[in-house]
Write a protein that binds this ligand. Structure first.
Ligand SMILES: NC(=O)c1ccc[n+]([C@@H]2O[C@H](COP(=O)([O-])OP(=O)(O)OC[C@H]3O[C@@H](n4cnc5c(N)ncnc54)[C@H](OP(=O)(O)O)[C@@H]3O)[C@@H](O)[C@H]2O)c1
Length: 291
């Protein structure tokens, strides 16, 4: 995610410096004009630092290293999917150092960013948002400002609960359709053209039809977000029955060791549970992203 975000900023003409733990993965960004640095503290003197790692523990670690020297950036925009509590802790830490902070998690995957369709949901001081907005816009189709504090975190968690529930639903109905004798691509073609079709159902169609499960989002990361949603539901006393069942189905998949491929492998679990040995259909289907 971070790679494609940085690539869009660099291609858009911004003065971009990048750090990634495994430097070799970031090195190709140099051909778009980005400067790939060796140390996180090399980013501390930038105006805005965008952070895109994995969990709150990772964010804490990288921000600690970022601020380990004497320089500090004017603003940190944190885009990973992390908990409200982690985000609030980060806000407090940055406030004490006089650094502006926006919580700005995203919707999309690396391919979505490449297609220019990434979106952000943002919270924090309005004035900081106004400053960051041109860069957020450059990375995709825009951002939604939802208010102060950590509100963006809960919006993102709600979004990803839907991601989990929808992929499980898609898997169930696609296998049901197949078991009646339909080809998966034919069924999904109908669904994608209908009012129920969406950018998501369209871009997951090649995976569901041809079983290409090159990872866009890992089962572990999806489980993290379902857990964050369920935690929030418990705290706020909101029942979340669909999220709860989906979390258990995902856990079953993880328990079977299916952790390294895309979360859309939920369809393989569904097929197995339905007595179907799933085979790729090897049919060319669009993903709704490539033009
Ligand atoms: N993929 C999606 O579809 C998607 C969509 C929306 C939001 N998100 C969220 O966006 C974030 C990134 O997702 P992703 O798919 O890009 O994950 P990813 O492919 O696993 O990449 C994680 C990145 O974080 C770095 N990282 C992780 N832990 C670190 C640590 N302790 N110190 C330094 N660097 C660390 C990794 O560095 P290395 O390269 O060295 O491993 C890598 O650059 C996650 O919070 C995820 O939930 C993902």
């Amino acid at each position: 995610m971070g790679y494609e975000m940085a690539a869009r900023l660099a291609k858009g003409g911004c003065d971009v410096a990048v750090w990634n733990r495994t430097k070799a993965k970031a090195d190709p960004l140099a051909r778009h004009g980005a400067r790939v640095v060796n140390e996180l503290s090399d980013l501390a003197s930038r105006d805005i630092v965008f952070c895109m790692v994995s969990t709150w523990d990772d964010v804490k670690e990288v921000v600690g290293k970022l601020l380990s020297g004497s320089s500090k950036p004017k603003m940190v925009v944190e885009c990973s999917s992390i908990s409200l509590e982690g985000s609030a802790e980060l806000r407090e830490l940055l406030k004490q150092k006089g650094i502006e902070y926006l919580a700005a998690p995203v919707s999309g995957n690396a391919k979505v960013i490449k297609a220019g369709k990434l979106t952000f949901v943002v919270s924090g001081p309005r004035a900081a948002y106004d400053k960051a907005k041109p860069y957020l816009d450059m990375m995709g189709t825009g951002s939604s400002y939802v208010g102060e504090g950590e509100l963006a975190r809960i919006a993102k968690i709600c979004h990803n609960v839907m991601l989990g529930v929808v992929i499980q639903c898609l898997s169930e109905i696609t296998i049901l359709a197949q078991k009646t004798g339909m080809r998966r691509h034919a069924f999904l073609d109908f669904l994608n053209k209908s009012v129920m079709g969406s950018m998501f159902t369209r871009y997951k169609t090649p995976a569901l039809v041809n079983l290409d499960f090159k990872v866009t989002f890992t089962p572990h990361l999806l489980r993290k977000d379902l857990d964050l949603g369920l935690d929030a539901g418990r705290e706020l006393e909101v029942p979340m029955p669909l999220a709860s069942v989906t979390r258990d189905l995902l856990q079953t998949m993880i328990g079977h060791g299916m952790t390294e491929q895309d979360f859309a492998t939920l369809i393989l679990m569904q097929a197995k549970a339905s007595g179907i040995d799933l085979k790729p259909e090897n049919v060319e289907v669009g993903d709704g992203l490539s033009s």
